[in-house]
Design a protein around this ligand. Sequence first.
Ligand code: IMP
Length: 203
Amino acid sequence: MKLLIATRNKHKLREIREIFSIATLQIVSALDFPWIPDVVEDGDTLEANAIKKASTLAKATGLWTLADDSGLEVEALGGAPGVYSARYAGESVDYAANNRKLLRNLEGVVERRAQFRCAIALAAPDGRARVVEGSCAGLIIRETRGANGFGYDPVFVPDGYAETFAETEAELKNRISHRGRALEAARRAWGDLLESGAAKLTP
Ligand code: IMP
């Protein structure tokens, strides 16, 4: 069967392909449907955005569709930037500006606990969806460190490690990250069903 991944982000696609390497599954992506416009991510939660993306593309293509939405939640900021992580410092996607704003808002703050969270939705061709999530807890440090990864990686040190996500190898980050854990949960929840064919899946 075909499974559509609702993203045009090649980095995400590679990670998802690796975890969902199921012989009977042919993975396609939003890159294969260039005429379908980007879905506006205007939900109040990561879950709502993941479901909206998966359902919209499933209905538009008639394919079972997987979509993810992630964000960084900082305790001292009441969970911000959360669902607004991509546009924390403004509409244009500028990771450095987002990190500067975050560090400014945490100036003088001692309690710097945070978590990345990722919601993954699977939608049937009729749009009905189910969702799983994964998270990764850690600390926001006081400056940026490292050149790997993207987004808030240079300011986030996961629990149990000394390096930021921008200093660790991709392989380690993928294993312990919110997205890696959510994808593992998705694979556990839906892998067998996807392997045996979508006909047996009841949304
Ligand atoms: P998306 O929903 O995965 O596209 O993530 C939305 C925003 O959350 C991104 O633009 C990043 O700012 C942030 N983000 C999500 N995942 C990560 C990550 O693994 N590292 C750093 N930042 C992330």
